[in-house]
Write a protein that binds this ligand. Structure first.
Ligand code: CMX
Length: 462
């Protein structure tokens, strides 16, 4: 009939599309309301029937399951074992607590020694650690334009948005970007990247503290950088809590152990992906921060506190295992996740959670705090409830289950700020990864995507 009418099939389809285009009065939302359920059903069918089918190099479950467990990245500095948890160049958290130099007068791991270990694979000497602290202090002041930018932002803008914007604006002074523009050899990329990474880590405390002071303590002066202090010592000073030695020690530990969690975690992987385009470290890390700001990742530490406060409000003074159980079920039945529980890789309690709990266990005033007790009591009940609920592969706490409550105890009660502290920390691992990606000349990341129809065609042939 087409031949009789003298038009080709392509022209025929174009005419049909044109007629549909004219006839349809649907909105884009209405069309999506129709199309999405169809695609969802197709995906469900693939998941149920063909998860284990091979697509060549990978299985269907890898493509539709968030690439969980897929060995597709190169990263030396840390390994995450599902049962044992994190090791940094082979060292567990307790090993690091024994071997890495603390701050003068302190006991906990500090950011400088963790960064040194991550970057070089070696445990630094005390002199090497102190030298890095001094370099950070000397480079820690913010440029004027970044101060002005942060000061101009609405105080209601989420602190993580402010942090990402500030980090991106620091790229004004990127040595890597300037050197690339001048024209450098690939073999020189890593040295300029390293300088940017050190400058960025040095400036993060002043940036993060300025956000805190602007939003929560406006109009009060911010302490200057003390050249004799470590990075976190200065950060806590600028936040306005420098008088509190225990909080300073807690934040030293917190920032060191949140530093890296294998290469594929969402924030570090984002920095790696963006950095693979040769975007400079500031832009790459700003992107990572926006991944960290998601509630399934770093924002969970804010969510845990919010959830706990709601639980406390609802239960009142009579906190029992039964009451907590009821609240957990209420959360699950309303379709929400229990924040601070579960993990993409871990299948045991997170050793970072254990390390933070141990920090509390030596301090009676922390053990007596109702918020900290609630974390412990929830830990006694939640794994059982989550197992019974039967969805999560890991019913145990991750680091976010415990990290906020100690901050809360010490008076840092503004939990919308908590992910910013995580953001100061994750720079250690994500930026180390960038330096090594440039040193090893790793290429642009560019995985292949497949449509649902293409996957169906492949699996149906098998
Ligand atoms: N509460 C309720 N349900 C949960 C759950 C939790 N804590 N953890 C996982 N599940 C659900 C998932 O939503 C998923 O449900 P669907 O099948 O309906 O999609 C199912 O259990 C299977 O998930 P999983 O394979 O066990 O976990 P994922 O690898 O998909 O997700 C994580 C991991 C962390 C996103 C998830 O456990 C979660 O949402 N936890 C709560 C948020 C949180 O604490 N995030 C912080 C993680 C640490 C960090 O990055 O900082």
């Amino acid at each position: 009939m087409l031949r009789q009418s003298g038009i080709s099939s392509r022209a025929f389809s174009q005419r049909i599309f044109a007629q549909r285009r004219l006839a349809s009065t649907k909105t884009i939302r209405e069309v999506l309301q129709e199309v999405i359920p169809q695609k969802q059903a197709q995906l469900q069918e693939l998941k149920a029937k063909h998860s284990q089918a091979s697509l060549g190099d990978v299985k269907v479950e890898n493509v539709i399951g968030g690439m969980r467990g897929l060995k597709a990245m190169l990263w030396d500095a840390s390994v995450l074992d599902p049962i044992e948890g994190i090791r940094f160049h082979g060292l567990s958290i307790p090993d690091c607590q024994k071997q890495l130099t603390p701050a003068p007068g302190g006991k906990e791991i500090i950011a400088e020694s963790m960064l040194w270990l991550l970057l070089t694979g070696r445990v630094p000497t005390e002199a090497e650690t102190r030298q890095l602290s001094r370099e950070f202090a000397e480079k820690g002041d913010l440029p004027k334009h970044v101060e002005q930018l942060i000061d101009s932002l609405p105080k209601t803008l989420h602190p993580m948005t402010q942090l990402g914007m500030g980090v991106a604006a620091l790229n004004h002074d990127s040595q890597f970007a300037a050197a690339y523009e001048r024209g450098i050899k690939k073999s020189e990329y890593w040295t300029h990247t390293l300088e940017d990474c050190i400058n960025l880590i040095a400036r993060l405390p002043a940036l993060a503290a300025r956000i805190y002071r602007n939003v929560y303590k406006p109009g009060t002066p911010i302490a200057g950088i003390n050249k004799d202090l470590d990075l976190v010592g200065n950060y806590v000073n600028m936040l306005g809590y420098g008088h509190n030695h225990d909080l300073t020690e807690y934040l030293r530990l917190y920032i060191a152990i949140h530093g890296d969690h294998e290469g594929g975690n969402a924030s570090a992987h984002t920095a790696h992906l963006v950095g693979s385009t040769l975007s400079d470290p500031y832009l790459s890390y700003a992107a990572a921060l926006f991944a960290l700001a998601g509630p399934l990742h770093g924002l969970a530490n804010q969510e845990v506190l919010r959830w706990q406060m709601n639980m406390q409000k609802e239960i009142g003074d009579k906190i029992t295992h039964e009451n907590i159980k009821e609240f957990l079920w209420k959360t699950l039945k309303s379709g929400q996740v229990v924040p601070g529980y579960g993990h993409g890789v871990l299948r045991n309690p997170d050793p970072r959670f254990i390390a933070l709990q141990e920090f509390c266990s030596t301090r009676p005033e922390l053990l007596a705090d109702p918020v900290i007790q609630l974390v412990k009591q929830t830990y006694e009940v939640a794994p059982g409830v989550l197992k019974e609920h039967g969805k999560t592969k890991n019913p145990y706490p991750n680091v976010d289950a415990a990290s906020g409550c100690v901050l809360y105890h010490y008076g840092l009660t503004e939990f919308k700020y908590y992910t910013v502290i995580f953001g100061v920390s994750r720079a250690l691992g994500a930026l180390t990864q960038l330096v090594w990606a440039r040193a090893l000349n790793l290429p642009l990341e560019r995985p292949k995507s497949l449509s649902i129809d293409a996957i169906k065609q492949i699996v149906e042939k098998q």
